[in-house]
Write a protein that binds this ligand. Sequence first.
Ligand code: GTP
Ligand code: MG
Length: 370
Amino acid sequence: TESLQVGELAKKLNKDTSEIIKKLMGLGIMATINQELDKEAIELIAADYDVEVEEEIIIDETEFENYEVVDDEKDLQVRPPVVTIMGHVDHGKTTLLDAIRNTKVTAGEAGGITQHIGAYQITNNGKQITFLDTPGHAAFTTMRARGAQVTDITILVVAADDGVMPQTVEAINHAKAAEVPIIVAVNKMDKEAANPDRVMQELTEHGLVSEAWGGDTIFVNVSAIKGDGIDDLLEMINLVSEVEELKANPNRTAAGTVIEAQLDKGRGSVATLLVQSGTLNVGDPIVVGHTFGRVRAMVNDLGRRVKSVGPSTPVEITGLNDVPQAGDQFMVFADEKKARQIGESRFKKQQDAQRKESSKLNLDDLFNQI
Ligand code: GTP
Ligand code: MG
C-alpha cells in the first residue's frame, strides 16, 4: 500500500493541514506535517470528509509530471547534439539525411546494417551527432505541442534553384519559437539554375543574415545528390554544438522523449526513444507517456542489440504494455511497482479525458443538429 504525508493529504482534500492534524489527534494519531500516513489512516480521514479513497488519490504522480532534470554542474558531461532537418517540400531534406548517413554511418561500423528507427547517429572527426529522421515539421509541431523539446540544432534546407518558399518561412518560425539555432544548407548547388546569392538575399528578409554579409547565421553550400559540402556542414554542426555547450548527466536514471512508436506483429509495442539525460538500461522499469513496462530489449540505429545507452542516443525498445505516442516523455523508476502504478494512473486519466472529450463531441453534434 502507498502512503501520503499529512501535508499532501491536506492538499488533496483541500483542507488546512492543522485541521487534518487535529482530526488525526482525535483518532489518537500524533502527527506532524511531514508524517507519513498509512492507507488506513488516510481512509479514516477521507471518510470523515465523505471522500472516497481511490487508488488514484493515493498515488503521487507529481514525481512524473513535475519532472525536471536538475543536475549539479559537476555531474554534467558533454553530449552529442540532436539535429533535425527542415525545409520546403522537395528541397532535398531526405536526400541530405541519406547522404549524411551513407558517408558516415557505416565507416568503421563494418557489418552494421542501418535500420530505420526514426533517428541515427554518426561520428564526424571523433564527435557524435544525432539526426532525427522524422520530418522536421512533425518533430517540432507534435513534439512541442506535447511539451517536448528534442532538437538542439536545425538544418534549414533551401534549394538553390528555388529559393525561399512558404514552408521555408514556416520552418524558420518554428525554430525561432523554440529558440533553436539554425544552420542554412543551400542545397542543389550542382544545378545549372543554382543561385545561392538569391537565397542569402531572401533569407535576410527573415532575419537570417549570412556571416559573409556581416550577420551571424552559418550558410553552407551543398549538393545532397553529389555529396558535396557534407563535411563542411558536419563541421559547422560540431562548431555550433560547442558554442551551445550541450551537456547532460549520464549517471542517473534515464529520461527523454518518444521519437516514434508502433505495434509490431512479432515484438509487440516498439518505441524509438531519445535518451535526453541519464543512462537507459535493459531491465529498467519505465513509464512512457501513459504506457509502462520493463525495457525488455534495446536495439540501436545499426540494428545491434545494446545493454545501455547514454544521453542524446536514439534507441528502439520493447517491453511496454501499450503503444505510446511521438512526443511522449519517458522516465525510468527505481522499482517496477511504482512504474506500474504511475503508468496505470496515467492510463486511466487519459481514458477519462478521452471519454469526456467524446461525450462533449456528442453533445456538440446534438446541438448542431438542432
Ligand atoms: P519532401 O519530403 O517531399 O518534403 O521532400 P524532401 O525535401 O525530402 O526532398 P527529397 O530529398 O525527396 O528531394 C526532392 C527531389 O530533389 C528528388 O528528386 C531529389 O533527387 C532531388 N534532389 C535532392 N537533392 C538534390 C541535389 O543536391 N541536387 C539535385 N540536382 N537534385 C536534388
Ligand atoms: Mg522527404
